[in-house]
Ligand binder design. Structure first.
Ligand code: PAF
Length: 283
């Protein structure tokens, strides 16, 4: 177990990256917003298998939160995060200061089309603008060989793949499988908002999702299966559903009805006890 180097300025970051590059090291990058859990650590362990040095950033990015979302209350647990990263093989933790990421004159915006449309964007219209901006800045600063993102945020992963290809960034984007707890709930920093009763309800999401995927695999019509899953979520105590949708696995083009043909993804966003949960699986 090695305690990772904590770096807070761009100058220190650049210095360390140049030194590593000079020594022939390869660099994998895992961007995070902190409040780290086993899901993040699985990304770090994967990164360590793919490169000789691993950089993890911790930055709660204000531009991806809409007014009224949980930016202020988002869990900030820097000390515990660094201790966890030490166990997972992280070499450097980059923790930029808010003002260094967005100075008072910042006026550049990035909008990704195609895969970034529909689904999350129907409910969080500015979310991917904020993600695209901060990820571009972080990738420019760290300049890694590879960057790793979890498949839990499946549309985010597709959006970042598009962004990196369109802006000619020489970085390979790797998607990592969703980490789940013993009962299948996708790990998320926001799970800590639940009390035990809420957690029990939240765990119904993956049960209903996998059942719905199986039904479609066995020939159920997409429209009927997704409507049944929405109703099952409401019956399980979810307060509202943002979407239960099927999309082409790569283009994320929505498929509203008919039978499954070719690689598709089932994606869900729903509200449970005041917490917005997302999950997805291959069909
Ligand atoms: O997935 C996240 O935690 C964030 O959206 C990311 C990619 C770190 C950008 O702030």
């Amino acid at each position: 177990m090695t305690t990772p180097h904590i770096i807070r300025t761009q100058a220190d970051l650049r210095g360390q990256i140049w030194e590593w590059r000079g020594g022939g090291e390869t660099i994998a990058f895992v961007p995070t917003m902190g409040a780290l859990h086993e899901g993040h650590l699985s990304l770090v362990r994967l990164a360590k298998k793919k490169a000789s040095k691993v950089v993890v950033s911790i930055f709660v990015n204000p531009t991806q939160f809409a007014p009224g979302e949980d930016f202020e209350s988002y869990p900030r647990t820097e000390e515990a995060d660094v201790a966890k990263l030490a166990t997972a093989g992280c070499d450097m933790v980059y923790i930029p200061r808010k003002n260094s990421m967005y100075n008072a004159h910042h006026a550049t915006h990035i909008k990704v089309g195609g895969v970034a449309e529909n689904l999350e964007t129907d409910h969080r219209p500015t979310f991917f603008d904020g993600v695209a901006l901060v990820v571009t800045k972080l990738l420019n600063r760290v300049a890694p060989d590879i960057a790793i993102f979890g498949e839990k945020d499946y549309q985010q992963l597709a959006t970042i793949r598009r962004l990196v290809a369109d802006l000619d960034m020489p970085i390979s984007i790797v998607g990592a499988p969703i980490a789940r707890d013993d009962e299948g709930l996708a790990l998320s920093s926001r799970n800590q908002y639940f009390n035990p009763e809420g957690l029990k309800k939240a765990r119904m999401l993956n049960t209903i999702m996998f059942r719905c995927a199986e039904a479609m695999r066995s020939g159920a019509d997409i429209d009927i299966a997704t409507r049944d899953a929405s109703q099952a979520l409401l019956d399980a105590g979810f307060s509202s559903i943002d979407y239960v949708s099927v999309a082409c696995a790569d283009s994320l083009e929505l498929v509203k009805s008919g039978k499954i043909d070719g690689p598709k993804r089932l994606l869900i966003a729903a509200h449970c006890e005041g917490v917005r949960l997302i999950d997805n699986c291959a069909i």
